[in-house]
Design a protein around this ligand. Structure first.
Ligand code: FES
Length: 264
């Protein structure tokens, strides 16, 4: 490809599914934007907001796939708008359809309400708990880990709380009581951290029909995760932890990790 073609501008239609909360009306708006092959869907939406329609509402912050704010449905797939290249997404008629997340209460246009999402996240106590409460808030020593101990939970700590996994999950979309793949994935992340002592309490919280046993293992959560966190795997591992403690009467979690060999 010639260098000048790399930045060739093309006109692309963005169709936005919009919602006006003042009259509870759903409607569509279509905008034409000039984009080259590097333009993201978020950049195109901001071009629309700045130049064509300042009433368009959307949420974003970092523009680089870190904050998780720009989650929306792009051409039918839950995606991060800042990580989705516009020219990869357009169909033959050069139209990209942008909708709000469908598994969350809608506030306006592309902005959805994350209160329930963060309450469920908080319900699994997503923080390290030390055995000494004073030590927890005023640490006096280091808590070293082997690289093995770290690698057990590290892939699950990449969650940016964008909500794409929850949006893609058919269970959360039909049962609002289900804790959901994001919170369960984070429960697993902290349960498997050798510095944490709260594994038993977290397992008690999620050992319910609204917890891990609500998951049908469809796996859509892991398919859409922009950070490859694999919450579906975390949930199955949690089911195994709970089953072990029921069948074998084993204390879960920490003992199993710490005993494993690993580079010091
Ligand atoms: Fe932060 Fe897209 S704007 S992840």
């Amino acid at each position: 490809m010639q260098n000048k073609d790399k930045h060739k501008l093309e006109s692309i239609n963005i169709r936005v599914e919009r919602f006006d909360p003042s009259n509870k009306k759903f409607y569509k708006r279509e905008y034409a934007v000039s984009a080259d092959r590097f333009t993201s869907v978020l950049s195109a939406l901001l071009l629309i907001k700045e130049n064509l329609d300042p009433t368009l509402s959307l949420r974003y912050s970092c523009r680089m796939g870190i904050c998780g704010s720009c989650a929306m449905v792009i051409n039918g797939k839950p995606s991060l708008a800042c990580e989705t290249n516009l020219t990869h997404e357009f169909y033959k008629d050069k139209t990209v359809v942008v909708e709000p997340l469908r598994g969350f209460p809608l506030l306006r246009d592309l902005v959805t309400d994350f209160d329930d999402f963060f309450n469920k996240h908080k319900s699994v106590k997503p923080w390290l708990v030390a055995s000494d409460i004073n030590e927890q808030f005023e640490p006096k020593k280091e808590y070293p880990q082997t690289s093995y101990e770290r690698d057990v939970f590290l892939p699950f700590s990449e969650c940016i709380k964008c909500g794409l996994c929850v949006d893609a999950c058919p269970v959360t979309n039909t049962n609002k009581e289900f804790i959901g793949p994001q919170a369960l994935g984070q429960a697993y992340r902290y349960i498997k951290d050798s510095r944490d002592v709260n594994g038993k309490e977290r397992l008690d919280i999620i050992d319910t029909l609204e917890g891990v046993w609500g998951c049908d293992f469809i796996g859509a959560c892991s398919v859409v995760c922009p950070k490859s966190v694999d919450p579906a795997l975390a949930i199955q591992m949690l089911k195994a932890e709970i089953s072990k403690r029921v069948i074998l009467g084993k204390k879960p979690v920490k003992e199993e990790i710490v005993d494993k060999p690993g580079p010091k």
